[in-house]
Design a protein around this ligand. Structure first.
Ligand SMILES: [Fe+2]
Ligand SMILES: [Fe+2]
Length: 339
């Protein structure tokens, strides 16, 4: 697809400015805002025809590219977001699936999405960028070529908040102790960098199940619905990390466990097509999930429901399918206290 044929319709959206609260202590001026995106599953048209053995990649989620381009245009116009400092892209930015397709997709992503990105984009590796081959230099090469060798396990400090990005995209697939120890040691090293700063960890696969365990195992359908290596969670709790931001599940939810906010966002490719806006104040971080415009919603892309299984999954805290995939209101709008 050439640049001229990139689809975009000019939406006129009200800027999102609903998060400002009045507080008695006057701490209601935002310090900064950032956006979380993940699971865009952008695909180059030619990738769907890539095949290894009899396994053809096939098309990505219906309308995935359109939704990604809507996001890009909204960022470029500073529409909707009301000024953000950067975007976290927490994995599965492209559909990939096979090494050849990953190269095509990242090339398309670079030309039509990343090149025009109006603010810094901090990426994390998702399983679709490397086909679960965490630590494999051949499979990680296309990602590193685009974003840089240093964008695998890395951290940055922004206006007093320490962001730590780790690659856990091989959980449940990689058993090599050396690779898993490298991941763990990288996390611990970064957790020690700024002991006094509030910390946010970004990793594609959530560290805990975001829904009732046995239900999520079925509705996701892959064993990687949370990170198998529990040492990561132990470290996150030990170092009193504020929040863990993830994707991968293609549903949205938030659970507070041992004072850590575990946040998973569905991402734009599949229904409910959520992304997240975070507004950082002196005393808290306000989170608000947002979606693409209604004419870009494609309910059949929901991977936890009737289109895939013939039934819509629910669990003990989400007793209808809408809240199962989107989360309760308290999982979509919440505050994380900054201690
Ligand atoms: Fe995904
Ligand atoms: Fe994923």
């Amino acid at each position: 697809m050439g640049a001229a044929s990139v689809p975009f319709r000019g939406y006129s959206l009200q800027k999102q400015n609903t998060l400002t609260k009045t507080s008695a202590d006057g701490q209601d001026s935002p310090v900064f805002r950032f956006v979380q995106i993940n699971d865009l599953h952008i695909q180059n048209d030619r990738s769907r025809y890539v095949s290894a053995s009899s396994n053809r990649v096939g098309p990505t989620y219906k309308g995935a590219n359109d939704r990604a381009f809507w996001l890009l245009q909204s960022l470029k116009n500073d529409a909707f977001f009301n000024g953000i400092d950067f975007v976290l892209g927490i994995g599965d930015l492209v559909h990939g699936q096979q090494l050849e397709a990953i190269k095509y997709d990242l090339d398309f992503f670079a030309t039509h999405f990343y090149k025009d990105f109006p603010v810094p984009l901090y990426p994390a590796i998702g399983n679709h960028e490397i086909v679960q081959r965490e630590g494999d230099p051949v499979y990680e090469a296309p990602y590193k070529e685009l974003f840089g060798k240093d964008k695998v396990n890395y951290s940055f400090l922004h206006k007093g908040v320490h962001f730590i990005v780790i690659n856990n995209a091989g959980s449940h697939s990689v058993n090599d102790k050396e690779i898993l120890n490298f991941r763990l040691a990288s996390l611990e090293r970064m957790l020690n960098e700024h002991p006094d700063k509030p910390k946010i960890v970004c990793c594609h696969i959530p560290l805990i199940p975001i829904r009732q365990n046995e239900v999520l195992a079925k509705s996701f359908g892959f064993s990687s619905y949370f990170t198998k290596e529990t040492e990561l969670l132990d470290l996150v709790e030990k170092y009193k990390v504020l929040a863990v931001l993830s994707g991968h599940l293609h549903i949205s939810g938030m659970i507070i466990k041992n004072s850590v906010h575990h946040i998973a966002i569905s991402g734009s490719a599949s229904y409910p097509h959520d992304m997240a806006l975070y507004t950082v104040y002196k005393d808290r971080i306000d989170a608000a999930l947002f979606r693409v415009p209604s004419d870009l919603l494609v309910p059949s892309t929901n991977i936890h429901g009737a289109a895939r299984f013939g039934l819509d999954y629910t669990d003990n805290l989400h007793q209808d399918y809408t809240t199962y995939i989107m989360g309760q209101m308290s999982e979509r709008y919440f505050s994380i206290p900054l201690k």
